[in-house]
Design a protein around this ligand. Structure first.
Ligand SMILES: Nc1nc2c(ncn2[C@@H]2O[C@H](COP(=O)(O)OP(=O)(O)O)[C@@H](O)[C@H]2O)c(=O)[nH]1
Ligand SMILES: [Mg+2]
Length: 381
């Protein structure tokens, strides 16, 4: 029992730390209206250098604060700030793209062969043909033939890569609704991309920010998928709405959002099936899910989950999904297992939509907000 107590206290401490790390755009939790402003200012996705916001005092009383849901063994997610550190570790450990590029760029003379090798490296990292050509052109202009003499190649490379990743994109998740309705996040993508895992991970972040969440298990084709989501929910005390196996996904989505509305939840996240049998079938299915949801509340975010290790195939799938639904954000999973971080650039270009989150592993908190600077630093090692 001593261990449980320690866990609870540790969890309470984590809550306080987590509360300082605002990840997601949202109004405050409606269950506990805070004085007196009806709506807190929108917060941006946590930048790595975000100042520590003042936290509510926890003290010993923090233990009771987390004990509200019945189960005493609920997990508390890791704060988002330290997740960016992991992004660096996991990306830096692979491929050595940054090191190889720098070695080439630091040569005394940048001849045609060197530029070709640089181009090859960028293409291998899945940055894509057009962005690679643009980048090489920019680098050539800035570094010219005199190579390192033109300036610190690492700084030049970093600047140009950041520009390519586009730090100006709004990467905040829209997890809040208006007019007292919950925000509705629809999660789409092919089977195995990491949708269910991502839904679970996002739910954990929201819970850690004291938001109330309902999950909809609208992948009704496999019982295992529903159980998988239910497990994620249980671990953080989040309700999971499920339907009969093989039932209508749209009706589960409807029920989940209805429950979110009835319970005044802050956010409903709907997991979907990723069968890519044909475009028309997919369109019909996702179209119906969305229509039915919007009888209750507007969908505030459509996240396309993409497996970073699938390269060009992943991009083709991404295009199909974005033709079928209005994707508003991309979650790039399995970056930990890929030496192809450049896919970030390509997929944003292709879809005109920002990468908002990146998956860094199978662990429950292996999901980090995407940040252009942190990403490029990680890439460069
Ligand atoms: N290494 C790694 N594995 C991941 C990540 N995200 C998901 N997975 C794994 O990918 C597999 C498929 O995930 P799942 O969420 O079931 O995919 P879904 O079919 O799209 O719902 C599972 O084994 C996950 O643990 C990630 O960011 N990194
Ligand atoms: Mg799934």
């Amino acid at each position: 029992m001593g261990i449980e107590l320690i866990l609870i206290i540790a969890a309470a401490v984590l809550v306080v730390i987590g509360a300082t790390a605002g990840l997601l755009v949202s109004t405050r939790n409606r269950r506990q209206p805070r004085p007196p402003a009806p709506r807190a200012p929108e917060r941006s996705t946590l930048p790595p250098e975000a100042p520590q916001a003042p936290a509510e005092p926890a003290g010993q009383g923090g233990a009771t604060a987390v004990a509200e849901p019945p189960a005493p063994t609920l997990e508390r997610p890791e704060p988002t700030a330290s997740r960016l550190v992991r992004l660096r570790q996991r990306l830096a450990g692979q491929g050595n793209l940054g090191r190889s590029l720098l070695a080439l760029l630091s040569r005394d003379r940048l001849d045609e062969d060197t530029w070709e090798s640089i181009e090859d490296l960028l293409l291998t990292a899945d940055i894509g043909v057009a962005p690679t050509q643009e980048l090489v052109e920019r680098l050539r202009t800035r570094l010219r033939v005199e190579g390192a003499a033109a300036g610190d190649p690492k700084q030049v490379l970093r600047d140009e890569l950041v520009a390519l990743v586009d730090p100006g994109m709004d990467r905040r998740l829209q997890v809040s609704g208006t007019d007292g309705q919950p925000g509705v996040v629809l999660v789409v993508g092919v089977n195995g991309a990491g949708k269910t895992t991502t839904v679970g991970k996002i739910a954990r972040i929201l819970v850690s920010e004291d938001r109330t969440v309902v999950l909809g298990a609208a992948d009704t084709f496999r019982a295992a998928a529903v159980d998988q989501l239910a497990t994620w929910g249980e671990r953080v005390g989040v309700e999971v709405i499920r339907g009969p196996e093989g039932g209508d996904p749209a009706s589960v989505a409807f029920d989940a959002v209805k429950q979110g509305v009835d319970a005044s939840a802050d956010t409903v996240i709907v997991d979907t099936a990723g069968r890519l049998q044909n475009k028309q079938g997919l369109m019909d299915e996702l179209g119906k899910v969305k229509r039915v949801i919007e009888k209750q509340a507007p969908v505030t975010e459509v996240l396309l989950v993409l497996d970073a290790t699938t390269g060009q195939n992943g991009l083709i799938q991404a295009r199909v999904f974005s033709d079928v639904v209005d994707v508003t954000g991309i979650v790039l999973t399995k970056l930990d297992g890929s030496a192809k971080g450049g896919i970030v650039v390509q997929v944003q270009r292709e879809l005109g939509v920002p990468v908002k989150l990146v998956g860094l592993g199978e662990g429950p908190d292996d999901l980090a907000p995407f940040d252009a600077h942190a990403f490029v630093d990680a890439l460069l090692g």
